[in-house]
Design a protein around this ligand. Structure first.
Ligand code: ZN
Length: 66
């Protein structure tokens, strides 16, 4: 399993732009965070991307916030 492309869902969430709850398209993306090291211990971090279906505002949130 190398690439994981979403997994899209629709959720009603609060949108700061709209100032109210709106349906959001929610998906999960793996973002490669590479340092410029050769033997790249690069890591792929899952991000949760939600996009307001009303105004198009996108919110990306790192899921592994430790
Ligand atoms: Zn919105």
């Amino acid at each position: 399993m190398t690439s994981m492309s979403g997994l899209t869902d629709q959720l009603s969430e609060y949108c700061p732009s709209c100032g109210t709850e709106r349906p959001h398209g929610v998906s999960v993306t793996l973002v490669t965070e590479s340092d410029e090291t050769d033997n790249a211990a690069y890591s792929r971090e899952p991000y949760r991307v939600s996009e307001c279906l009303n105004c198009g505002r996108r919110t990306e949130r790192r899921m592994n916030d430790a």
